[in-house]
Design a protein around this ligand. Structure first.
Ligand SMILES: Nc1ncnc2c1ncn2[C@@H]1O[C@H](COP(=O)(O)OP(=O)(O)OP(=O)(O)O)[C@@H](O)[C@H]1O
Length: 509
């Protein structure tokens, strides 16, 4: 099949190189010299294109601006972004904005052809997935929020308590940590469950339209207001208004928001009178709001009004225990959505890679990475090779995917070597912990007992095994490998110490 590829690049040489590469692989290339012209193409006939190859640095409308505008048009064509060396921050932003893949310039014909061929596979499969996802997003409950870490369990506990009243909630956390998901779960389990849930991304609206979008406007209220417009507050009447990126709200709109919160009244632009509204407010921010208050960008009175019940959702890298859990859930979900005969599994090497990565785009980035891997995977198990972008960002990551536990020789029953193995495993785990986990009392294995004497090796060993089981969520082969012992030795030790692998922290009866 000849695919139609839209190349958006301001550099004529680069356009020519890409055109040649695309045509060499039997596809048709269409060329646009900047984002604005590409948007014109899409407006005329978006169905014409199967894949877009997009440069990020362009005059008039740059790559990120194009992605945003295309999303507003409802475009769902896979986009491959091109970036110069070292542009990783912008790439992360582009991936967050929905780009499918990225390539680093100068890009070889083989690399761009591989990326286009992957994007084409997604092109005809993703439409189905999107439809399913959209349906799901309407009814998110606390049960849908995957969590394994104590931090996330605390967040869910707080959110469940907030759901029992109409108290204003502020959800703080980086982009993609799950703020909107928590907001939806709060709405779905409170007494406003079947009422409207209206989302406003305060950061994405042009400053001059924020007021009219929030509070509505009358016909003729300002130049261009050709129709009356109901604001988001009115749409949310009786339900919940989710104000995302609240820290981006212009100061003059903050005053009006304060009145809405304090008195439950809004004034439609151009109406000259106030109206009552009954809205539960949940706000979200990825900025430090108190810092914004200090800097004079956020009103202190509004801050205290909104911030009655703050909930901070930690970044994914601060709760790495959630990564394996999320990766498994996403793999299962996407396998089902893709109607695979056999659900895929996440191989140990891939899991280690996903856990080692810091996920600047948080859960959204992980979800997209797993989605992409499931769609493109050829095997029965996801391996590190299915996450090339992640692996490329951790160059010193050592793969041990191919090393099966069967290859690990059982240690001799020699106390000294065994002793060294335990010490090495402890050191390795400790170094993983210091890079993977924030410090927590659970992560420290102490060397002395209550009397100040050095503890018995067996006691330390038992504690380390319990910890490793919890850390690797009961994955026996991974635990054995990380501890540097064979699987049968691990089973024997579990028996000796009376450890239940499904509940490793439970003391033997
Ligand atoms: N605990 C979770 N379990 C399962 N999926 C999750 C979880 N948290 C987030 N997600 C998924 O990750 C994606 C990002 O979540 P969400 O939109 O809620 O993040 P956010 O913090 O509001 O992001 P932003 O600040 O960029 O708007 C969504 O697709 C959501 O379904």
């Amino acid at each position: 099949m000849t695919a139609h590829i839209l190349v958006v690049d301001d550099d004529p040489v680069q356009r020519r190189v890409l055109k040649n590469a695309i045509e060499r692989y039997g596809h048709a290339a269409h060329l646009a010299e900047n984002g604005r012209i590409a948007l014109e193409f899409l407006k005329r006939n978006s169905r014409q294109f199967n894949v877009i190859v997009l440069d990020l640095m362009m005059p008039e409308l740059d790559g990120l601006g194009f992605l945003q505008a295309a999303a507003e048009l409802g475009m769902d064509i896979p986009v491959i972004v091109q970036t110069g060396q070292g542009g990783i921050e912008t790439v992360v932003q582009a991936m967050r904005a929905g780009a499918f893949d990225f390539v680093v310039k100068p890009v070889s014909p083989e690399r761009i052809a591989a990326s286009i061929s992957n994007a084409l596979k997604v092109d005809h499969r993703e439409a189905k997935v999107r439809a399913v996802r959209k349906l799901k997003s309407a009814t998110v409950g606390f049960g849908d929020i995957a969590s394994a870490s104590p931090d996330m369990l605390r967040v869910i506990d707080l959110a469940q308590r907030a759901a029992q009243s109409n108290i204003p909630v502020v959800l703080e956390g980086e982009s993609g940590v799950g703020k909107e998901m928590i907001a939806r779960a709060i709405q779905a389990s409170g007494d406003r469950a079947n009422k409207p849930f209206i989302t406003v991304n305060c950061g994405a609206i042009p400053a001059n339209l924020v007021e009219s979008i929030l509070f509505g406007h009358e016909k003729g209220a300002f130049t261009g207001a050709t129709e009356r417009h109901t604001g988001k507050f009115m749409e949310a009447d009786g339900g919940t208004l989710f104000l995302d990126e609240i820290g981006d709200l212009p100061l003059e709109v903050q005053v009006k928001l304060l009145r809405a919160v304090q008195q439950g009244e809004i004034e439609t632009v151009g109406a000259g009178k106030v109206q009552k509204v009954d809205v539960r407010l949940i706000s979200a921010t990825n900025k430090d709001l108190i810092e914004e208050v200090r800097a004079g960008r956020f009103r202190e009175d509004l801050y205290y009004r909104l911030n009655v019940f703050p909930i901070t959702i930690p970044a994914l890298r601060r709760r790495k225990e959630d990564i394996p859990h999320l990766a498994r859930i996403f793999t299962e979900r996407f396998s089902a959505e893709q109607k695979l005969d056999q659900p895929l599994h996440v191989g140990a090497g891939a899991m280690a890679l996903l856990t080692a990565y810091d996920w600047p785009g948080n859960i959204r980035q992980l979800e997209n990475a797993v989605f992409r891997a499931v769609v493109l995977s050829q095997g029965t198990e996801l391996t590190e090779a299915d996450f090339p972008q992640i692996a490329a960002q951790i160059p010193d990551f050592q793969s041990d995917e191919l090393l099966s536990t069967a290859d690990i020789p059982e240690p001799e029953p020699d106390f000294t070597r065994h002793d060294i193995a335990v010490a090495n495993a402890a050191r390795q785990l400790r170094s993983e912990l210091s890079s993977h986990l924030y410090s927590s009392p659970e992560n420290i294995i102490v060397s002395t007992d209550d009397t100040g004497e050095v503890r018995k090796l067996a006691d330390v060993e038992e504690e380390l095994i319990r910890f490793a089981l919890k850390f690797y969520r009961g994955q026996m082969s991974q635990v054995a490998r990380k501890l540097g012992i064979g699987r049968s030795t691990l089973y024997r030790k579990l028996k000796d110490y009376g450890i239940d692998p499904d509940d490793p922290l439970k003391e033997a009866a």
